[in-house]
Design a protein. Structure first.
Length: 252
């Protein structure tokens, strides 16, 4: 529920001929049981080799402070897939893999980084389950990976009790001071806040945490630092059970 963002990470098809290595960011990973609640989160990653030759790579799972996340994942055959915070894969032409977090531990949140030497398509799905009595799926949504951008925004709809949550990764080697601007539907900045994020670190917050006096409005949240950032957002309902995806877009 709301601890998904307050306790504080998904993939895009890419193929860039001539590049020996490609890196994309997964700005939110969620796995495990929520403390004091009867719900838990799974993160599922699907990957596919789009190329004509074997592709190999790693998915690095990171805590918010940039250290390796000791999260347990299994593959489509229920074999353990994550070791020392990394999922290492090799895909022949046209092959696929599926990796799912086990959610057997207290809630972990952080982010992921996928590095590969080939043309790999990937998606991640967040699944929010109830474990009160019989386990059942309450909500889930798929997210694309992202490449870092310097100036970006998400649509911000806080009407009727909705509350977007945003996850941000600083992929650079230096700390960044990030400016958040809440912009109304007339294009006017109505609120502004800043937060410092250390190198290779991550945070996830609801807009109501960034702006405690958040108004009910339809507009956008734009944000930027001194360098590129990787980000993604989810819009939660007033009960923090149901959610849908919000994709960042570049702004001038």
């Amino acid at each position: 529920m709301n601890r998904f963002f307050s306790t504080v990470g998904i993939f895009l098809l890419f193929a860039v001929p001539g590049f020996a290595q490609q890196t994309v960011y997964f700005p939110q990973i969620a796995n495990g049981m929520e403390n004091g609640t009867l719900t838990h989160w799974h993160t599922t990653i699907f990957i596919n080799n789009q190329g004509m030759s074997t592709a190999s790579g790693t998915i690095s799972l990171m805590n918010s402070d940039g250290t390796p996340m000791a999260a347990a994942f299994v593959d489509e055959n229920e074999n353990g897939a994550a070791h020392n915070g990394q999922i290492t894969f090799q895909l022949g032409p046209g092959q696929n893999h599926k990796y799912t977090s086990t959610a057997t531990n207290p809630l972990q949140v952080g982010y992921g980084v996928m590095t590969t030497n080939g043309e790999v398509a990937a998606n991640v799905i967040f699944s929010h389950y109830s474990n009160a009595g019989t386990e059942f799926l309450m909500a889930e949504a798929g997210l694309p990976a992202t490449t870092p951008m310097t100036r970006q925004a998400i649509f911000s709809d806080t009407q009727f009790g909705f509350n977007p949550g945003i996850a941000v990764v600083n992929p650079t080697a230096s700390a960044q001071s990030i400016t958040f601007q809440l912009v109304n539907n007339d294009g006017q900045v109505v609120m502004s806040a800043t937060q410092t994020l250390g190198p290779n670190q991550h945070f996830a917050k609801f807009l109501s945490q960034i702006f405690p006096s958040l108004p009910a409005m339809a507009g956008r949240l734009q944000f930027f630092g001194s360098g590129p950032l990787a980000a993604v957002a989810l819009r939660f309902d007033s009960h923090y059970n149901l959610f849908t995806t919000l994709f960042p877009f570049q702004v001038p």
